[in-house]
Design a protein around this ligand. Structure first.
Ligand code: CU
Length: 297
């Protein structure tokens, strides 16, 4: 019966598909935001326009469903806010000296209130450069294999109760016969901040968030008190020899290639509870295994 919840699934494929969004060039941090809340939209500019040396202007067209509160000024840039219609926020570099160099990353921040209706919101962003411009304004048409050259920045507006947290590269260390505990690892990022306060899975009697701490000259692990803080837009890594999810009282072995469902529970800054479900593959991804070995030395 316990076999039911360990599924052989194509979870690795899902992870790859999620990573694909990182190829877009002006983006909002993945993970979404809760419907009806105040949201700080931090548009990440990753590089200048094609063949350009610097970004000289960024103009964000606000979608219906986002009610502007304010926008963050940038030193050396003029900020213009147009509230009529759907609204637009525009930053323009005062001079070539204050323009954003091609290889440098920066965030352009707009704050506002989100619609109470869950669903995707698309922000169209016009990037101006010393040479040319790029209009990140394409909306998906729904075709399965579609690859947009200039996608608009997407925000997933989530129903209350669904955690606004991006979960990537999750994996569980395989077990051998008789082993009663193991670790689960992943990277977490909460665009608006959150705290990981609990984990559960039908595959283990007990699941806890652990940290590694030196006690005298011994490395010990223990439960994180009060939950694991995820500051806004920071990537927090759960990895071997660092923070991890400890699965104890395992209900069955976890062979490489199996998939285990985890439910992660979060609290936001206002104390609202939310959860996110992830199907976690058993077995270290190549990169993670290498990183884990690197840690030993
Ligand atoms: Cu542990």
């Amino acid at each position: 019966m316990t076999r039911l919840f360990i599924r052989q699934a194509l979870a690795a494929t899902a992870v790859l598909a999620a990573a694909g969004s990182a190829t877009a060039h002006i983006t909002l941090p993945p993970g979404g935001a809760t419907a009806g809340t105040d949201y700080e939209a931090a548009f990440r500019v990753g590089h200048a326009c094609k063949d350009a040396a610097a970004t000289t202007g960024v103009s964000v067209r606000l979608p219906r469903g986002f009610t502007l509160t304010d926008a963050q000024a940038r030193k050396g840039w003029k900020l213009e806010v147009q509230r009529s219609g759907d609204g637009e926020v525009r930053w323009t570099a005062d001079s070539p000296a204050t323009a954003l160099p091609g290889a440098e990353r920066a965030e352009f921040i707009v704050r506002g209130k989100l619609t109470a209706t869950p669903g995707p919101l698309y922000f169209k962003v016009l990037q101006s450069c010393d040479t040319g411009s790029a209009d990140w304004a394409q909306l998906p048409t729904g075709a399965a294999s579609e690859k947009l050259a200039f996608p608009a920045a997407r925000l997933d507006v989530l129903a209350p109760g669904v955690a606004a947290v991006d979960i990537k590269d999750a994996w569980i260390r395989p077990t051998v016969a008789g082993q009663s505990g193991t670790g689960a690892f992943m990277t977490l990022s909460a665009p608006s901040g959150a705290r990981l306060v609990g984990v559960s899975t039908p595959a283990a009697g007990v699941a806890e968030v652990h940290e590694m701490k030196m006690e005298g000259d011994t490395m010990k692990m223990r439960a994180v008190q009060g939950g694991l803080e995820l500051p806004p837009r920071q990537v927090i890594e759960l990895k071997p020899s660092g923070y991890h999810v400890m699965l104890m009282d395992l209900k069955q072995p976890m062979p490489k290639g199996a998939t285990v469902p985890l439910t992660l529970r979060f609290k936001d800054a206002k104390g609202a509870d939310s959860t996110r479900e992830v199907d976690v593959p058993v077995g270290a991804p190549d990169g993670a295994a290498a990183a884990a070995q690197g840690h030993v030395h």
